[in-house]
Design a protein around this ligand. Structure first.
Ligand code: BGC
Length: 721
């Protein structure tokens, strides 16, 4: 292969340009360069985590990642992965640019909905199942964005500054765990800086940590950056430069000539690229041939969405099948199925809450429906003329309709209960704004209060549905309604899934994968985020604070002062109150846990607990295994940390299931930055069982009799399974 050919291979192709124009489906994330002389085909990479993003084709919009995580169910992540693999084959996709695995460090990250959790164990283990699902269809994945890409504002150049312990225990941990249980064909290096170096140019991150420590053998693709320091990127371990420009190809040739890029480094990248191509569907004929069963996918959407919805409050409301319901809130009639940006999907339809309830035999107040539907049409028309709306950027937030209390009073006799939907949309390239998007707005509070007053006076119940991309403020208003259901962004079957949960067809078993704080600012580090930064452009990822005279803090750099104390690790350790803790969620039945059995056997902690359905309805229970470790050589450790999780099958009343957990002793360790090793302390440990991080259902203690230290390298680590 000539140097020119090698350089061409490792840089993505601008397929919007001739001669590629029209050859690939619009919306495709990127493609690689074909080399006809060697029969090397071009491979196609499409977004994204919750469905294929294509401009001219309707594809299934699966539930958002945050909802999948809320199911605490590996099989759901796996099945969604398989379905996405099937749709990829249909569309001629070789590598799905998913799953999104960044930690939900802050409730306002615009891309939280694509990701899984504030906890690296929940995130990493679910991501592995998702990857195994997609790849079982012979389609690749891209575990992204490696690493510490936790804000969208100035995302191309923001420097995530953190200590090594946080990097190891939180921000790379999900990837480490995921790589034990799966082998994603690609890992995507993020846009941001990490402690002063672009992740794409960090040899420490891409070679030392990813390959040597985590044992990764696949290809590293850069997130869709323009030209950076090309030799540094390739030397660091970035193998494929995306989206790619002729400038970068020329740069490689120039750098090979002047010696700043070693031939051996380039060859390594070329080898990995060819190894990837060999595995891809494109190498096996390039003809999209698979016809997925889209009805089956819609069914999967409906069922999986219901599994991840979290019932936050239920004062005798659900399960219920009222004959008539009044729906308030514009999003009751125009549900948000998924978010915006690279993860945006254009589904064939989205079932609204109104439609879902009607499908379940509940009559929806038609006068209100007419009013809201007309309003939604009007608002969208208005927004379309004033905003850029396309498949990529996605839909803006719709303002709430101001409904007069008189109207609520007038329509109350026509319904047996009221349901109010609060919607929040977000997406790539912009973070959410605390004041406008985290807080429930004045008109929304007024609506909740007015509807509650009127319906409660008539002895009727009110429920709130949260159709949200990430946490919102709940503490100030949760006392008003009788029930609150967090439905997240539930995918195209939205209304049907919500109706299934409300009517009891599905007993809710979703549990929060992220803490809902009382006040945004309660979390340690919350002030180190651009939380009220209102950008002057709709789609703002490039802020250039220096050039624009803006403060550097949280724009040019973000200090992760909380270290490892992210989410519940902070709230539980400090004993600080939250609105709903990590792992929280109600069921229509109740469960009892037996006395757990816990012991260290060799290099594993083995634990089991029997869960019995003690209520009167069939249901599933998600169980987290949290561990409190002795301090050992550390000054501090979180008061508990999730180490494993499981979920029972559907248990009939009176039925039991024993959940067994196995955790490598190495995973009980904390990272000693000075010695660069994992240390499992000697001493007494407590194991807590229960989904909720604040309240355990069963506890047991066990002892690690001698301290165990583990080098970072995976080569030194015993196999997990
Ligand atoms: C996003 C990635 C995405 C890529 C290709 C980037 O802007 O950060 O998540 O896969 O674009 O569309």
């Amino acid at each position: 292969m000539t140097a020119e050919e090698k350089a061409a291979l490792v840089v993505g192709v601008k397929f919007e340009l001739p001669p590629y124009e029209g050859k690939y489906l619009r919306g495709t994330g990127g493609v690689t360069y074909p080399l006809g002389r060697f029969g090397v085909p071009s491979i196609v990479m499409m977004d994204g985590p919750i469905g294929l993003r294509l401009y001219d084709y309707k594809t299934t919009c699966f539930p958002a990642g945050i909802l999948t995580a809320a199911s605490w169910d590996r099989s759901i992540a796996h099945e969604i992965g398989v379905a996405l693999g099937e749709e990829s084959l249909d569309m001629g996709n070789d590598v799905l640019l998913a799953p999104g695995m960044n930690i939900l460090r802050n409730p306002l990250n615009g891309r939280n909905f694509e990701y899984f959790s504030e906890d690296p164990v929940l995130c990493g283990l679910l991501a592995a199942e998702y990857i195994n699902g997609v790849q079982s269809m012979g389609v690749g994945t891209s575990a992204k964005h490696f690493a510490a890409n936790n804000q969208e504002t100035n995302r191309l150049d923001n420097d995530s500054r953190m200590d090594t312990r946080a990097l190891r225990e939180i921000y790379t941990k999900a990837f480490e765990l995921c790589l034990r249980e799966s082998s994603p064909w690609t890992v995507m290096a993020s846009y941001n800086y990490l402690n002063g170096t672009y992740t794409q140019e960090s040899r420490e991150l891409l070679t030392d940590i990813l390959r040597k420590d985590f044992g990764y053998k696949g290809l590293v693709v850069t997130d869709w950056t323009g030209k950076r320091n090309t030799p540094k990127q390739i030397n660091a371990g970035s193998d494929l430069l995306m989206g790619g420009s002729p400038e970068q190809t020329e740069d490689i040739l120039e750098c090979i000539k002047n010696g700043s890029l070693k031939k051996a480094d380039l060859d390594k990248a070329v080898t990995r690229l060819l190894e990837l191509v060999l595995k891809c569907p494109a190498n096996n004929g390039n003809e999209p041939s698979y016809k997925p069963d889209l009805e089956k996918h819609a069914k999967l959407c409906r069922e999986s969405a219901a599994e991840g919805m979290v019932l936050l409050k239920n004062d005798g409301v659900f399960p219920a099948k009222p004959a008539r319901a009044a729906l308030y809130g514009v999003y009751s009639y125009d549900m948000i199925a998924g978010g915006n940006g690279a993860a945006k999907v254009d589904p064939p339809y989205v079932v609204s809450l109104a439609e879902g309830l009607e499908n379940a035999g509940i009559k929806v107040d038609s006068k209100l429906r007419g009013l809201y539907e007309a309003y939604a049409r009007f608002v969208m028309q208005d927004l379309k003329t004033n905003h850029v709306i396309n498949v990529h950027v996605g839909d803006p937030q719709m303002p709430e309709l101001d409904v007069e209390k008189d109207l609520i009073e007038l329509s109350e006799p026509d319904s047996d209960m009221a349901i109010i939907t609060i919607g929040r949309i977000s997406g790539e390239a912009r973070d959410r704004i605390h004041n406008k998007e985290f807080l429930i707005q004045k008109e929304e509070i007024k609506l909740i209060k007015d509807v509650c007053e009127v319906y409660h006076a008539a002895g009727k119940k009110v429920a709130v549905v949260l159709n949200i991309c990430g946490p919102v403020e709940t503490a100030s208003w949760k006392k008003y309604p009788d029930a609150i259901l967090c439905a997240w962004l539930p995918g195209e079957e939205a209304g049907n899934s919500i109706a299934d949960v409300m009517t009891g067809k599905v007993n809710p078993s979703g549990r929060l994968p992220m803490t809902f704080p009382i006040n945004y600012i309660d979390a340690k580090g919350a002030e180190n985020f651009p939380y009220n930064f209102i950008s002057d452009r709709a789609n703002e990822s490039v802020v250039h604070p220096e050039r624009r005279g803006l403060p550097l803090k949280d724009l040019a750099y973000t200090d992760y002062i909380e270290g490892i104390y992210v989410g519940y690790r902070y709230f539980c350790t400090e004993g600080k109150a939250v609105s709903y803790p990590f792992g929280y969620g109600l069921s229509y039945t109740s469960f009892e846990y037996s006395e757990p059995i816990v012991s260290i056997v060799g290099d594993k902690l083995s634990a089991s607990v029997k869960v019995t359905n003690t209520g009167s309805l069939a249901g599933k229970e998600a169980v987290g295994l949290y561990i409190k470790a002795p301090l050992g050589s550390f000054k501090d450790k979180p008061s508990r940390e999730l180490k494993e999780f499981g979920k029972t099958r559907l248990l009939q009343p009176g039925e039991s299931e024993t959940l067994n957990f196995s955790v490598p002793v190495r995973q009980l360790a904390s990272f000693n930055s000075e010695k660069s090793r994992w240390e499992t302390a000697k001493g007494d440990y407590t194991a807590y069982f229960g989904a909720n991080s604040e309240k355990s259902e069963a506890e047991a203690t066990f002892t690690v009799t001698s301290a165990r230290n583990y080098p970072v390298s995976r080569a030194c680590e015993p196999a997990v399974r």
